[in-house]
Design a protein around this ligand. Structure first.
Ligand SMILES: Cc1cc2nc3c(=O)[nH]c(=O)nc-3n(C[C@H](O)[C@H](O)[C@H](O)COP(=O)(O)OP(=O)(O)OC[C@H]3O[C@@H](n4cnc5c(N)ncnc54)[C@H](O)[C@@H]3O)c2cc1C
Length: 598
């Protein structure tokens, strides 16, 4: 094995340990890759229990009133600051500790209910929704999930009531997308009572206004020369903490305080370690699962605003003696926005409910939600902007701000490219392991033919069976069976890709993009079918479903199925070889033989 191969095997082993240890109930997304429709996780459409719904409705009404009267998103953007009165108001309404247990002063809301609140904030002001996310979804999340009882008792009460604010600090110069490459060190003191932190973090939301920061740093692995990442609770009053840039100037979400800070020989008591020593990356990835879910909710809220603004303008503005809404090219944009919005709402609800219902592993679904909603919001902002023409360019309308604000979504909490690859690779691991078993057994008959036979039959079984997508409404049977057939086709395509490329598929991002694209569309379609089924059966919690909503849902399914078919076709008919050769040439890289997947 050469050095690159040794490094690669090491990375695979680390990823396996990180992502695939512990209980592994088959979730919805992983099921899709195996040709299964694990309906329990998506159907029936998740409902909030009546008692919780009443409390949520009341909270939502109060929060809406507060946001409508006291949140001035234009001023927040102009002044590049969220006023203390807004933070206090959010705290007063319980938003800053909404999902924290009541015993620590939180509201004990489910993720699903919290997402409803974040949709409202996201619909009005991205700075405020990102601030809230940084504090509650990721800032205090490691403490909520991994803190000991003593740690929670000590740290949580002021944080969940908003007296204190939190931040989550992972990113560094050398650790952006490559989150595992954290360079900040945490060296144990001689007596073991504390750790000395040295390093610098950048691009950290709330860093300069936070009282408590969850900081990722590298600790030695006892008995070896290796290091591993560990999560620490840090306070800015610790000697050695140095705020280098409290508010880095930036394009959008200007109200948030994005900071850069250093830690120079900063002593942190060992009691401040969050979660197991050396398991900080697992802590970080789990925290980000929550961040990505509420990210989805914030984008969904913002997309709702885009649609509202677009409809209002299209019905009002006249050109060529017609309203803009009478032109088909404007209608096309409005219909697509409505269709996507229906899907974003459904996907957010289903993903949040996976967490609430105790699915242990939802990392693929949360990644899908993040990529899907951030991409669709970007299109929605762009479409609403285009419908407004020149007027969108000026600061008296919110669209130029919304455009600037939306751009971070495709980059933050895992760039969409990294997550797309992640979705494909984690999803393909299931069928990949079954194939590996067949290969391994073939080359090592001593392990028994029985195993190979079972694995082979599982593969074949999945290949011949079209999964059932159990809708209740007669009117949806056609779409449900189309989705079932597409899942079956998807599984065949994944298997083919695995057989054809074997391990090198791990580097073939153009193939991965299509595989992840199909999986994302299928997850979105399943959520839409589930929601529409419940709407048609009159059991929706949003009141009777408006005809426009139903049409939007039906349109989404049609368009999503088209996209799935296109992705599947392009797995084998594509210009990948030419594309990669062109890119290599432009980048000045040596010519390399490339496989085009055909
Ligand atoms: C406003 C703002 C707020 C933030 N808040 C926080 C916070 O609160 N806490 C925190 O820890 N971090 C925060 N971040 C950091 C954010 O998470 C990182 O910016 C993000 O993870 C990307 O890292 P990077 O900027 O170093 O980009 P890089 O890692 O340099 O990546 C640049 C681009 O390269 C491409 N790319 C990278 N890797 C791959 C790959 N494997 N395959 C294909 N393409 C790839 C992607 O297109 C990516 O966008 C924030 C960033 C911003 C801008």
């Amino acid at each position: 094995m050469n050095e690159a191969e040794i490094q690669r095997q090491k990375e695979i082993k680390e990823a396996e340990e990180l992502l695939f240890t512990g209980p592994q109930a088959l979730g919805f997304a992983k099921g899709l890759f195996l040709g299964r429709f694990v309906s329990d996780w998506a159907m029936p459409y998740p409902r909030i229990p009546a008692a919780q719904q009443a409390e949520l409705d009341q909270s939502l009404a109060e929060i809406r009133r507060f946001l409508d009267t006291e949140l001035d998103s234009t001023a927040i953007d102009r002044n590049a600051d969220i006023p203390r009165s807004v933070i206090d108001g959010l705290a007063r309404h319980g938003v800053l500790g909404m999902t924290a247990p009541r015993e620590f002063g939180g509201r004990g809301f489910s993720q699903r209910a919290y997402c409803k609140v974040l949709e409202e904030i996201g619909a009005r002001c991205a700075s405020t929704s990102v601030f809230t996310n940084a504090h509650h979804s990721i800032g205090i999340r490691a403490l909520l999930l991994f803190g000991t009882r003593e740690q929670k008792q000590r740290w949580l009460p002021p944080l969940v009531t908003g007296q204190q604010l939190a931040a989550f600090a992972l990113t560094e110069e050398q650790a952006g997308s490559d989150a595992a490459n954290v360079q900040t060190t945490a060296t144990p003191s001689a007596d073991g009572s504390h750790f000395i932190l040295n390093g610098e973090k950048r691009y950290i939301t709330n860093a300069s206004i936070a009282h408590v920061l969850t900081v990722m740093a590298r600790t030695p692995v006892p008995g070896s020369d290796k290091t591993a990442i560990t999560a620490f609770l840090v306070t800015p009053d610790m000697p050695g903490f140095q705020m280098l840039e409290p508010r880095m100037e930036k394009l959008g979400i200007k109200g948030t305080a994005t900071g850069r800070f250093a830690m120079c020989d900063m002593a942190v008591p060992k009691e401040n370690i969050l979660g197991p020593m050396g398991k900080g990356l697992k802590v970080a990835l789990t925290v980000l699962d929550f961040g990505r879910t509420t990210f989805g909710a914030c984008c969904t809220g913002a997309a709702r605003t885009c649609l509202r603004l677009a409809v209002e303008h299209a019905n009002k503005r006249r050109q060529f003696k017609k309203t803009l809404g009478e032109f088909d090219l404007v209608k096309k944009k409005i219909a697509r926005m409505a269709a996507d919005l229906y899907a974003m709402e459904a996907m957010t609800a289903v993903t949040a409910s996976l967490i609430d219902r105790g699915l242990e592993d939802y990392m693929v679904e949360t990644a899908m939600l993040k990529v899907f909603t951030t991409e669709r919001l970007w299109e929605a902002v762009n479409d609403a902007f285009q419908i407004h023409g020149g007027s969108a360019y000026f600061t008296d309308l919110p669209l130029e701000r919304m455009l600037r604000d939306a751009r971070i979504n495709q980059i933050g909490e895992g760039s969409n490219e990294v997550l797309t690859s992640f979705i494909a690779l984690v999803g393909m691991r299931g069928p990949g392991m079954e194939f590996k078993e067949i290969y391994d057994t073939m080359f090592n008959p001593a392990r028994g033919l029985g195993k190979a036979w079972t694995a082979g039959m599982n593969r074949l079984g999945a290949a011949v069976r079209v999964p059932n997508v159990p809708v209740k409404s007669e009117a949806l049977r056609g779409q449900a069976s189309q989705l079932g057939r597409l899942i079956w086709r998807f599984n065949l395509s994944v298997n083919r890709a695995l057989i054809k490329y074997r391990e090198p598929v791990m580097d073939m991002q153009l193939i991965q993009e299509r595989i992840a694209g199909v999986a994302m569309e299928m997850f979105a379609s399943a959520c839409v079918l589930s929601r529409l089924d419940s709407d048609l059966k009159g059991i929706s919690q949003n009141g009777a479903s408006a005809p426009a909503n139903r049409k939007a849902a039906q349109l989404f399914l049609r368009q999503s199925f088209h996209r799935i078919r296109r992705f599947l076709t392009e797995l084998t008919e594509n210009d990948d070889a030419e594309l990669l050769a062109t890119a290599n040439s432009v980048l000045g890289k040596p010519e390399r033989p490339v496989s085009n997947g055909s």
